[in-house]
Design a protein around this ligand. Structure first.
Ligand code: SF4
Length: 421
C-alpha cells in the first residue's frame, strides 16, 4: 500500500465512532411521507409545519433501474432541447449532476438563470430557496420546477418572516429609524442566499441585501456604507467568520435567539453591536471540528486545509483557508500536481473533486459519508418524472413566488448581483 493510502486509512480510522444514517440512500421514497428532514446531518433539526411535502412518486419511477432512469432523462432532454435548462448545485449527487446544463454554487446558479432567457422550463436540482430565487430572477414566461418538494434547507428554515419582523421591531425600539450624520440607517438587514423568498423580500423592503458565501465580505462592506449596524440571518457562522475577517470584534457580534426577549441579550451588549447574528447554522458544516483538522495535519504534515465559511469559527481559524464551494474548486484546480487537500464541505462535492483531480490527494475532513440530506432528496427518479411531465406539456412541482414578494426580493437580489465576488 502506498504511503498516501496508508495515511488516509489511518486518518479515517482516527475518526472511527462517528456515523451517519444510510436510510435516505436505501429508501429515498419513504422520507416523502415522514415529517422530518430525513437521515443525515440535519436529522435532528426541526422541520417547520408549513414546509412543502412531496407527494408519492408513481411506481414506474420508483421501481425503475438506474439505467432506465438515465435513459428516460436523456430521451426527455433530447425532446425538450433548448426549451429546457437543468441547473445543478455542487452538492447534488453525481447521478443528477451529470444531466445538468450548468453546475455551480448558489451565486453562479442565480446568474445562470439570467443567462438563458430562451429556456421555457428551468428544472432546479438544488433546494427550495434556490428554486424560489430562480423564479424571482427568471422571465415571467419561464417556469421553475423543483424535482422533489421535500428538498428544503434546514438552515434556511431556522429563520422565518414572523421571527425576523419581531426582531426588527425590537431593534427599531432601541435605535429608532433616524439616520446618522453620514446618512446611514440604524440597521441594514442582510440575508444569506439560504433563506426564503419572504426574507429576501423583507431585505428589499428595508434597504437590505442578499449575500452568498462567495460575496459576503463585499456585501457587508456595502451594508456598512448604508447603515451603522447589520442584522445578519440566518447563518451565524458565515456572518461571524466574515465580520471577524473584516476586523470586527466578537464582543460587537451578539447572537440573536428569536425565542428569548431581546434575543437573549443585555441592552448594553446590543448597544455595542455592529453585526447582530441570527441563531442559525448548517447541520452539514457544523460536523467539522478542530480535532479533525489536527488529525489531518498529523497524518499529512503538508496538507492544505480549506473549509467552507458555514463552518464554526474555531474550525475556520484552525484551517489554512476558508471559502465558498467555487473558491475550493478553483484552489484545487490552480494547485501544482501532488498537493494534498483536506476539505470541509459537503461530501458529494469533495468526492467529485477527488475523482476529477487524480493528480492530487483530496479527502473530506469528516470521513463519514454524511450528505446534505435535503439535497440528496433529488433522486434521478424525481428528475425523470419532472422531465416526462414537461414532454407531456405538464409542469410538475412548479415553484412560484407571489408578485409582491418577488418584486421586493428582486430589489435585494439585484443589489447582490451587483456585488461581484
Ligand atoms: S448543506 Fe447546509 S446550508 Fe446547504 S442546503 Fe444543505 S442544510 Fe442547507
Amino acid at each position: 500500500m502506498s504511503t498516501i493510502a496508508t495515511s488516509l486509512e489511518a486518518f479515517e480510522k482516527s475518526q472511527a465512532g462517528a456515523h451517519c444514517s444510510t436510510g435516505l440512500a436505501t429508501d429515498p421514497w419513504r422520507f416523502d411521507r415522514i415529517p422530518t428532514y430525513g437521515p443525515g446531518a440535519s436529522e435532528t433539526d426541526e422541520l417547520p409545519d408549513q414546509a412543502p411535502r412531496q407527494s408519492a412518486l408513481p411506481g414506474e419511477y420508483r421501481n425503475a433501474s438506474d439505467e432506465e432512469l438515465k435513459a428516460r432523462i436523456i430521451a426527455a432532454k433530447r425532446t425538450l432541447g433548448e426549451r429546457l435548462l437543468i441547473l445543478g448545485h455542487f452538492y447534488q449527487r453525481d447521478e443528477v449532476v451529470r444531466h445538468a446544463d450548468f453546475v455551480g454554487d448558489s451565486f453562479q446558479l442565480a446568474r445562470a438563470t439570467l443567462d438563458r432567457p430562451e429556456a421555457e422550463a428551468i428544472v432546479f436540482c438544488g433546494v427550495h430557496f434556490m428554486a424560489e430565487t430562480a423564479d424571482i430572477l427568471s422571465d415571467q414566461r419561464q417556469t421553475v420546477s423543483l424535482p422533489n418538494l421535500g428538498a428544503g434547507c434546514s438552515m434556511a428554515d431556522m429563520a422565518d418572516l414572523a421571527s425576523v419582523e419581531a426582531c426588527w421591531e425590537a431593534l427599531s425600539q432601541l435605535w429608532g429609524d433616524a439616520r446618522d450624520a453620514s446618512g446611514r440607517a440604524p440597521v441594514i438587514p442582510v440575508t444569506y442566499m439560504n433563506s426564503s423568498a419572504a426574507l429576501k423580500a423583507f431585505c428589499g423592503r428595508h434597504g437590505g441585501i442578499v449575500c452568498t458565501s462567495s460575496n459576503a465580505a463585499k456585501v457587508l462592506d456595502w451594508a456598512f456604507s448604508q447603515g451603522q449596524r447589520v442584522l445578519f440571518f440566518p447563518d451565524q457562522h458565515l456572518g461571524r467568520n466574515t465580520a471577524k475577517a473584516m476586523g470586527i470584534g466578537l464582543d460587537q457580534m451578539p447572537l440573536w435567539d428569536p425565542n428569548r426577549p431581546l434575543g437573549g441579550n443585555q441592552r448594553d451588549a446590543l448597544e455595542r453591536a455592529r453585526v447582530i447574528l441570527w441563531h442559525g447554522y448548517c447541520s452539514v458544516h457544523k460536523r467539522f471540528t478542530v480535532e479533525q483538522i489536527a488529525s489531518a495535519r498529523r497524518h499529512f504534515p503538508d496538507v492544505r486545509v480549506i473549509v467552507h465559511p458555514e463552518c464554526p469559527m474555531a474550525v475556520v481559524d484552525a484551517a489554512d483557508e476558508a471559502g465558498s464551494t467555487d473558491y475550493i474548486k478553483k484552489a484545487i484546480e490552480a494547485a501544482p500536481p501532488g498537493a494534498t487537500f483536506a476539505i470541509g464541505t459537503e461530501i458529494n462535492l469533495v468526492q467529485r473533486l477527488a475523482r476529477e483531480h487524480p493528480e492530487h490527494t483530496i479527502f473530506c475532513l469528516d470521513p463519514v459519508v454524511c450528505p446534505c440530506s435535503t439535497m440528496y432528496r433529488i433522486h434521478p427518479a424525481y428528475l425523470a418524472w419532472i422531465l416526462d411531465g414537461l414532454v407531456e406539456g405538464e409542469v410538475r412541482n412548479r415553484i412560484r413566488v407571489d408578485a409582491a414578494t418577488s418584486r421586493d426580493a428582486r430589489v435585494a437580489l439585484e443589489r447582490m448581483l451587483a456585488a461581484q465576488p
